[in-house]
Design a protein around this ligand. Structure first.
Ligand SMILES: *Cc1c(COP(=O)(O)O)cnc(C)c1O
Length: 533
C-alpha cells in the first residue's frame, strides 16, 4: 500500500483538524440561520424519483468539504421547524443547550451498552434518568431506566415487562400459545399497535377502551373489559395510560386505573398488569408540579394559574405508574433520539434481564454498569443523556416553567378566541395542554349544536359525512388562501380521539411547541376564519 496516501487519509478523517472542522461548522450554522431568517423561503421539494437511481460513491478520497458537499443539498432543503408559524404537530425547534450536549456527545461517540464503552457517559445516563424520574414520580426511592431511540421503543419496554409478569419466562419460552392482551385507550398513540405486533401478542390482542369527551380513557369501560377478560381466562399483561394524547392532549386518570387493576387482579387472583404510562408528550407538564401559585414568582395570570392547578392535579397521578415513557425530543425540545423509559422501582428490571450467558461478550457484566443486560438494543447512542442534562441545567426549572406555561397560555388564547365563533367548536376544551383541536364549519352553522347532535347519535351518516367534509374542505381552502409568511400552518387529524358511537371525528389542530410563536399569530388564525367561511 502507498503509505503516504494512507497517512494522508488518516490525517484528514481521524485527526482533529480544528480549523477545518470549525470552519465547516460555521458554514453550516450560518446556512441554518439564513434559512430561519427568511419566512418566505420554502423547504426544497423532494426528489425521490432518482434517489435510488443515482446512489453515487466518490472514487477518490477527498476532504471534510466533500463530506459537507455530499449532504449540503439535503441539509439546506430540510425544514428544521424553527418557524414560529409551524403549529401542525408535536414538533418544534430543538433548543441550543441540547445542541451543545448533542455535539459534545458526537465528539466522543460513547456507546451506552456498557460503561466500558461509554465510561462517564453511562453515569450521565443514570443522572439524567434520575432527574427525570424525580420530576415524574415526584417522590420515588429507587427508579431506574434507559434511553431508547423513541417513544415507541420505550412503550415496548413497558409492554415487555407486563408480558413477563403474567407469563414468567416468556423471554425464554415464548408465549406458549396463551392469549395475552394489552389495553390502551382509543385516543392512545398508534405505537401501541406497533408494540403489540412486535412483542408477539399480536395487534388484534390490543384492546382499546373508548374515551370520554376530554379524551381520557373511560375507567368504567376499562373495569368492565378487564372483568370480562379475566372471566374468559385471558391474561392481561399491561395497561397503557396515556398522559397527553398526541392530538388533543387527553390525560388518563392514572390513579383510578391503578385502583381498578389492583382490585380486579386480586379479586380474580391474577398477576397485576403492568401500568405503563405513555407520557411521551405530556411529561413536560411535571415541570409545573411544584410551582407555587401563592408566591407566583413568574407572575402568571390568574387564568394561567387556574390551568396550572389543574395540571398539578393530573401530575399527581403519575406516582401510581409502574413505568413511564418520556420523549425529551418532543416538549423537551431536545435532539433525536432522546426518549427515556423509566421504571418506578428498579426491581422491575429483573423482568427484562437475560442471563449473562445470553450476552457473552459482556463477560464482567453488572446490571448497574451494563444496561445491555436488559436493553433491547446492544449499541445505544448517548444523545439522550447529553441532551437532557445540558437542557435541564442550562434552562433551569424556572426556564422550563416559563416555556411550558407559555405553550399553555397560547393554547388557551386560541381556545377562547374560537369559542366566540358560532361556526367553530373547540373539541378539547378541558385538556390542559399545548394543543387545540377544533371544528370550523361554514358560517351560519351552529357548531355546538351539531356537536351535541353527534354525541347524542342524532346525525345520520349522510349528515355526518357532509359536516366532516365541510371541516376538511375549509382547511384545504385556508391552505390555498394563506400567506405562508404570516399565517400559521395548522394540522388536520382524521380522528382526534373521542369517538361518539364509535365514529372517528376529524378536527383542525394547532400545537404550541415553538417558543417563538406569539399572540399575533394566534389572533391571525382567529380573524382569518372570518374571511374563510
Ligand atoms: C410521539 C408519540 C409516541 C411515539 O414516540 P416516538 O418517539 O415518535 O417513537 C408515542 N406515544 C405518544 C403519546 C406520542 O405522542
Amino acid at each position: 500500500m502507498d503509505r503516504e496516501k494512507y497517512d494522508a487519509l488518516v490525517d484528514t478523517f481521524f485527526k482533529w483538524d480544528q480549523k477545518a472542522i470549525v470552519s465547516i461548522f460555521e458554514e453550516l450554522l450560518s446556512a441554518a440561520e439564513a434559512e430561519d431568517g427568511h419566512r418566505a423561503l420554502r423547504p426544497m421539494s423532494q426528489n425521490y424519483e432518482t434517489a435510488q437511481a443515482n446512489p453515487e460513491i466518490h472514487i477518490l478520497p477527498g476532504n471534510l468539504k466533500d463530506a459537507r458537499d455530499a449532504i449540503f443539498p439535503y441539509f439546506w432543503g430540510t425544514d428544521s421547524w424553527n418557524s414560529p408559524l409551524h403549529l401542525e404537530n408535536v414538533r418544534g425547534p430543538a433548543n441550543h443547550a441540547s445542541l451543545i450536549g448533542a455535539v459534545a456527545c458526537l465528539l466522543k461517540n460513547p456507546n451506552l451498552c456498557t460503561d466500558r464503552y461509554s465510561q462517564r457517559s453511562n453515569e450521565l445516563e443514570v443522572k439524567a434518568i434520575t432527574a427525570l424520574a424525580n420530576l415524574i414520580f415526584y417522590h420515588t426511592d429507587d427508579p431506574w431506566g434507559v434511553f431508547t431511540i423513541g417513544g415507541t421503543i420505550s412503550n415496548l419496554y413497558g409492554a415487555k415487562i407486563g408480558i413477563e409478569k403474567v407469563i414468567p419466562g416468556a423471554m425464554q419460552k415464548g408465549l406458549g400459545g396463551q392469549r395475552v392482551v394489552g389495553i390502551c385507550s382509543q385516543a392512545s398513540h398508534y405505537s401501541n399497535q406497533t408494540v403489540a405486533g412486535w412483542v408477539g401478542i399480536g395487534t388484534e390482542q390490543l384492546e382499546s377502551i373508548p374515551t370520554d369527551q376530554d379524551l381520557a380513557m373511560r375507567t368504567d369501560r376499562l373495569a368492565e373489559r378487564i372483568e370480562s377478560l379475566y372471566r374468559e381466562g385471558t391474561k392481561v399483561a399491561y395497561v397503557v395510560a396515556t398522559f397527553g394524547t398526541t392530538d388533543g392532549f387527553g390525560l388518563d386518570d392514572i390513579q383510578a386505573i391503578r385502583e381498578i387493576i389492583d382490585r380486579l387482579a386480586s379479586q380474580y387472583d391474577q398477576p397485576t398488569p403492568q401500568l405503563h404510562v405513555d407520557a411521551a408528550v405530556g411529561w413536560a407538564l411535571t415541570f409545573l408540579t411544584e410551582y407555587s401559585g401563592q408566591r407566583n414568582t413568574l407572575e402568571f395570570s390568574d387564568e394561567l394559574l387556574g390551568i396550572v392547578r389543574r395540571v398539578q392535579q393530573h401530575c399527581a397521578g403519575l406516582q401510581y405508574a409502574d413505568s413511564v415513557t418520556i420523549d425529551f425530543h418532543k416538549l423537551g425540545r431536545g435532539h433525536y433520539p432522546s426518549s427515556a423509559f423509566i421504571v418506578n422501582r428498579r426491581a422491575d428490571l429483573k423482568f427484562l434481564a437475560r442471563s449473562v450467558s445470553d450476552t457473552p461478550y459482556f463477560a464482567e457484566a453488572d446490571a448497574r454498569r451494563d444496561p445491555a443486560l436488559f436493553t433491547l438494543e446492544c449499541s445505544r447512542p448517548a444523545i439522550g443523556p447529553y441532551s437532557v442534562m445540558a437542557s435541564l441545567n442550562a434552562i433551569g426549572l424556572e426556564g422550563w416553567r416559563m416555556l411550558i406555561a407559555r405553550s399553555l397560555e397560547l393554547a388557551e388564547k386560541l381556545k377562547q378566541g374560537l369559542e366566540q365563533l358560532d361556526y367553530c367548536r373547540v373539541l378539547n376544551r378541558n385538556t390542559p395542554g399545548p394543543s387545540v383541536n377544533w371544528w370550523v364549519l361554514p358560517k351560519g352553522r351552529n357548531a355546538e349544536e351539531i356537536f351535541q347532535q353527534l354525541v347524542a347519535g342524532e346525525l345520520s351518516e349522510d349528515q355526518r359525512n357532509r359536516y366532516f367534509s365541510e371541516i376538511r374542505r375549509l382547511l384545504d381552502k385556508r391552505e390555498k388562501m394563506m400567506d405562508p409568511t404570516l399565517d400559521a400552518r395548522l394540522g388536520l387529524t382524521t380522528d382526534y380521539g373521542f369517538r361518539p358511537g364509535g365514529v372517528e371525528v376529524p378536527a383542525w389542530k394547532a400545537v404550541f411547541f415553538n417558543p417563538a410563536t406569539d399572540d399575533a399569530i394566534v389572533e391571525r388564525i382567529i380573524y382569518g376564519l372570518e374571511e374563510l367561511t
